[in-house]
Design a protein. Structure first.
Length: 424
């Protein structure tokens, strides 16, 4: 039994939290392998909503172990808050949670620089969680890691060197560096709280796989936000695609048995960057209202548009999707007609996938499909869905050459049609 990887197939917020929670029922271990508290993964169980930024979305299942792997960047304050929230509800057990000693730390200078940069002209519109600067430190080989929290001396030495590197950047942005002594005190305390949960996470994942356990890899963000394959530079700073699960968790590609990509039945994007199928004005506002499209991390209104199949096809290719989870199909109920973007035109040429650049210049080519009026949130089998909704799903499967394994018909855990279980 290999690992199942769950990844976002758009610009994030596809419903990864919900789908991971559903699959986690059958998993022994759920591993968050990339990104940080820029993620906001929503779970709704019996009407009650929980949003995780760092805690893997398997956390509600008491027989499932959760791992925060080496590919993530961790703001310990956010993590401890989430642990306390779960603990207060009697849902947390230290022995079920492991944080990689190799995961990188998000430090106050990272959030500061992220915020200051995002005020500049041409900004990306980041989540301001310090993600970009934290990953910058990692590749510049001057980052601090979770394991460094366990030694005051080591932490302080590395912190001082790191602050020296950021000093000119912070000065140029008109900011003030965080105080060393205060930062050391705070972070050493975080280290004391987290110490029992810090360890060799990659080894734990590998052992679990070796024993034939069911391992679920939880991606963050989405394919179009990937540092290599996304709409650069309007991307995040990590590998959000399925390949990221290997480096992020510390396993090889042959350990992965299947990949489930998640897409909404339409498209959204939060933050700046090209979005060919974006609906402007009233139509976009109506979709945002119907889908409650406001960021789970920042509360920002999400930009909304029609489903972009060239982008989804590309996501399926770069992550070798085995199956697709299609979410929020209920939001389309009541629309007379649906537009499905099947390709783009750029300078007189037809494109089937996004160009490396110039996505802001493409013209979407649409196919019109009939909508449906029937509410679908009560459907529990594909056969229960209205004929036009089924036709819409089939058209997507044909276009991206990937079968639908799950259809989500509402935010709640129960509002789900599982067509095929990823663990077989
Ligand atoms: P994630 O980042 O991929 O985990 O997604 P988010 O949690 O940021 O955003 C997805 C939003 O859609 C959340 O508010 C979910 O509760 C909600 N959601 C998920 N699936 C469905 C669905 O099928 N229908 C509706 N109406 N809402 C859904
Ligand atoms: P989940 O896991 C949606 C976007 C930001 C911005 C860009 C870079 O909930 O799907 P960053 O803070 O990462 O440097 O921001 O990426 N972004 C997300 N959009 N969902 C997310 O996560 C996102 N994480 C980052 O809005 O455009
Ligand atoms: Mg989200």
């Amino acid at each position: 039994m290999g690992a199942v990887v769950v990844v976002g197939a758009q610009w994030g917020d596809e419903g990864k939290g919900k789908v991971v929670d559903i699959y986690a029922r059958f998993a022994d271990q759920v591993v968050r392998y990339a990104g940080g508290a820029n993620a906001g993964h929503t779970l709704v169980v019996e009407g009650e909503q929980l949003i995780f930024h760092l805690m893997p979305s398997g956390a509600l299942h008491q027989d499932t172990r959760c791992v925060l792997a080496q590919g993530t960047v961790v703001d310990p304050k956010v993590l401890i808050d989430e642990i306390q929230t779960l603990d207060a509800r009697g849902l947390f057990a230290q022995e079920r949670f492991l944080i990689s000693e190799r995961a990188f730390l998000v430090l106050p200078q990272h959030t500061l620089v992220d915020e200051l940069r995002d005020r500049q002209a041409g900004a990306l519109g980041t989540t301001k969680r310090g993600i970009g600067p934290a990953y910058e430190d990692k590749v510049a080989r001057r980052g601090l890691r979770i394991g460094d929290l366990l030694s005051r001396e080591k932490f302080e030495r590395k912190l001082r060197a790191n602050l020296d590197a950021w000093a000119p950047v912070v000065a140029a942005l008109g900011g003030e560096l965080p105080d060393v002594a205060q930062t050391v005190e705070r972070y050493v305390k975080y280290g004391e709280t987290l110490a029992p949960m810090i360890g060799n996470a990659a080894d734990a994942v590998r052992r679990s796989l070796k024993q034939g356990e069911r391992v679920l890899m939880e991606g963050a963000q989405g394919a179009l936000l990937d540092i290599d394959s996304g709409t650069y530079p309007f991307v995040t700073s990590s590998s959000t695609v399925a390949g990221g699960a290997c480096v992020g968790a510390g396993i090889g590609p042959t350990s992965i048995s299947s990949v489930v990509g998640i897409s909404k039945a339409y498209a959204t994007r939060v933050g700046n960057g090209p979005f060919p199928t974006e609906m402007e004005g009233d139509a976009g506002d109506a979709l945002r209202e119907a889908g409650a499209e406001f960021g789970a991390t920042t509360g920002r209104p999400r930009r909304c548009g029609w489903l972009d199949l060239p982008a989804l096809r590309f996501a399926a290719q770069v992550s070798s999707f085995s199956g697709l989870a299609l979410t929020k199909i209920d939001v389309l109920t009541g629309m007379k007609e649906l537009q499905l973007c099947t390709g783009y035109e750029l300078d007189g040429k037809r494109l089937d996938t996004p160009p490396y650049d110039d996505l802001d210049r493409v013209t979407p080519v649409y196919e019109t499909m009939p909508g449906w009026d029937e509410p679908v949130s009560g459907c529990r089998r594909v056969e229960d869905l209205p004929e036009n909704a089924r036709a819409y799903i089939t058209r997507i499967e044909e276009e991206i050459e990937c079968p639908v394994w799950l259809v989500s018909v509402g935010p709640d855990r129960e509002q789900t049609i599982v067509v095929r279980e990823p663990f077989g």
